[in-house]
Design a protein around this ligand. Structure first.
Ligand code: GTP
Ligand code: MG
Length: 271
């Protein structure tokens, strides 16, 4: 989808691996029609006001983007239906790199141990580092390496679920590739979308990446233990999120210290 940000299908070589039961890897064979440029909502020059009429090539690009997203949405609907049929709750966790997705998941799967079966699908361009961290908690985990790709898509979730084989009524967390742009565009068929912003990133991020925050079911403001040490305007950040989505649900948490995590668990339990 994103030729400029490295999300082109050519050579991206998605690998999906169950950790640790067997370390077989395969190259995903779904269509990588991603070289068509950016999707709607990215705002990379398509469709803005006062622009000249699109050229034939531009029109073709936009049509291809629509086809790719429509194909993804169809697969996402299938994923959602299959998950619902089996009572499986899937939570798509998105954020900038380093906001605390894996740290929150380590804490969450430990908190749910013995209460509800909790499994994880990890998405990163490269490495098994996050999967190894989750595996250390005792949770079953699948690592998806997207290569040059900068988001998970519905086909990858489908393949990841096939490897993970979650039991009925389980809770599956999907840690998306760390960025606030492309993951927002791709419906995976998840039950809920959660965005993490941490206080080290700057309070202006919701304004800069509106699509991500507008489509979130929950926003977690993480690393609040660091507030005494960083210049982060909490009320400005909350205000920006509410401007995008007046009924946005926002929880302030510290994944390392535990603040706000009881509210996070209560939110999950209500899904
Ligand atoms: N002080 C503080 N540090 C945190 C908190 N949550 C995460 N961190 C730290 O932030 C760093 C990045 O955390 P990760 O959980 O790896 O972040 P991530 O979002 O999974 O990163 P990517 O997978 O690379 O996108 C680590 O050093 C964590 O210990 C928090 O609540 N407070
Ligand atoms: Mg991570």
């Amino acid at each position: 989808m994103c030729s400029t940000c490295g999300c082109s299908g050519e050579g991206s070589g998605t690998r999906i691996s169950l950790v640790p039961a067997h370390r077989h890897e395969h190259t995903d064979d779904h269509d990588h029609e991603h070289e068509a440029g950016h999707g709607q909502g990215h705002g990379h020059g398509h469709g803005h006001g006062h622009q000249p009429e699109p050229t034939v090539a531009e029109t073709r690009t936009i049509l291809l983007e629509q086809e790719i997203l429509a194909k993804n949405d169809g697969l996402a609907a299938t994923n959602r239906h299959r998950l619902q049929e089996r009572g499986i709750t899937a939570v798509n966790l998105m954020s900038s790199p380093g906001s605390g997705k894996t740290t929150l998941l380590e804490s969450t799967v430990r908190a749910y141990a013995g209460r509800r079966e909790t499994l994880v699908i990890e998405g990163d361009q490269e490495t098994w580092l996050d999967a190894e961290r989750i595996r250390a908690t005792g949770s079953k985990v699948v690592q998806i390496n997207t290569g040059a790709g900068c988001h998970l898509d519905a086909q990858m979730l489908s393949s990841g679920l096939a490897e993970l084989d979650p039991p009925d009524n389980s809770l599956v967390f999907v840690e998306n590739v760390g960025n606030l742009v492309c993951p927002a565009l791709f419906d995976l068929g998840e039950s809920a979308r959660v965005v993490i912003i941490s206080v080290t990133e700057g309070a202006d991020k919701p304004a800069k990446y509106p699509y991500m925050f507008r489509t979130a079911d929950l926003v977690l403001l993480n690393k609040i233990d660091l507030l005494p040490y960083v210049d982060f305007d909490v009320s400005l950040c909350l205000d920006l999120i509410h401007q995008l989505k007046p009924d946005a649900r926002i929880l302030q948490v510290s994944a390392t210290k535990g603040d706000g995590l009881a509210d996070w668990h209560a939110w999950l339990n209500a899904l």
